[in-house]
Design a protein around this ligand. Structure first.
Ligand SMILES: C[S@@+](CC[C@H](N)C(=O)[O-])C[C@H]1O[C@@H](n2cnc3c(N)ncnc32)[C@H](O)[C@@H]1O
Length: 278
């Protein structure tokens, strides 16, 4: 691409993102530019458009385009017990503190297709806490949320999930929580009874509950600094006194406007605790 083409692409990207916000109220204006560019380039080609302006025309005038485009704008990569060390740290270092609460609320923000939230539910069941827990699982992608709610995963992913689960300090076998049928693993409905799935955007929505722990992993990485600050501000507001925040292994609060409002709890696994205000 020449510099002029590059500049035109950037202008068209800005206009497309503005159009999406004005028409559908999904706000991608604060997303990290480099990955948004990559994803929109793929979408432009996939929708058979010559330019992002042409894609914008489709988005505005063809009602089927935006829901399909949303799958390109958001990244749905996930796995159960992703980064097992994070779940091991939750189990060993955070669960003992959570035990002191008579009832517990959790918020898995950006839950995608549900792998993280089922992992948390299984961990809580293993630790004897699920019966007094409620987990809010939120995302902006309704396709992903529907999949999460169904709790059905392709069977060929199960060996990887099982190994992650084992490395997270499992106290039971993952096979205790699903039934295999027709190439799919259907997770136990009794886990779902403790989960509320809901559409919620970290870019535009506000806090809806007080929780003891927020787990928002591999989501902030797609946001620019300002939007990261907004999201971390929401988490801070949602957390009870001395509540916990877990983020992804490639994410950090170090440069956040809210860095001073949290203390490291398990530094290597990116688990923070809300600081007492002076
Ligand atoms: C890579 S997945 C992370 C899934 C899971 N947390 C994990 O670590 O495996 C990122 C998720 O963030 C969601 N997401 C993107 N923007 C969001 C926003 N503004 N508010 C809430 N979720 C968002 C995407 O739809 C996607 O499901």
């Amino acid at each position: 691409m020449s510099d002029a083409d590059d500049q035109a692409f950037d202008i068209e990207l800005k206009l497309l993102v503005d159009a999406i916000f004005l028409r559908y109220h999904y706000d991608f204006r604060g997303y990290a530019q480099a990955s948004l560019k990559r994803r929109l380039t793929v979408a432009r080609d996939r929708f058979g458009c010559r330019s992002l302006s042409q894609l914008q025309d489709k988005v505005l005038h063809d009602p089927a385009t935006f829901p399909a485009l949303l799958d390109y704008l958001t990244v749905q990569v996930s796995e159960m017990f992703r980064d097992p060390a994070y779940f091991l740290a939750l189990r060993e270092k955070i669960v003992p503190l959570l035990r002191t609460y008579p009832s517990l609320k959790f918020w898995v923000a950006g839950c995608s297709t549900g792998e993280e939230v089922y992992s948390l539910a299984i961990l809580l069941r293993e630790e004897g806490l699920l019966s007094r827990s409620l987990i809010y699982a939120t995302d902006i992608n309704s396709h992903a949320l529907a999949k999460a709610e169904a709790g059905v995963f392709e069977i060929d992913r199960i060996p990887g999930f099982t190994e992650n689960h084992r490395r997270s300090g499992a106290r039971s076998s993952l096979s205790d929580y699903y039934t295999a049928a027709y190439g799919r693993a259907v997770f136990d409905k009794s886990l779902r009874k403790h989960i509320v799935f809901s559409d919620h955007s970290l870019a535009t929505d506000s806090v809806f509950a007080e929780v003891q722990l927020v787990s928002c992993r591999n989501v902030l990485i797609y946001f620019n600094r300002e939007l990261q600050d907004r999201a971390v501000g929401l988490f801070h507001e949602a957390l009870c006194r001395k509540g916990f925040l877990g983020i992804g292994s490639k994410e950090s609060l170090r440069f956040s406007r809210h860095a001073g409002s949290f203390v490291d709890r398990v530094r290597e696994d990116r688990i923070y605790q809300k600081a007492d205000q002076p």
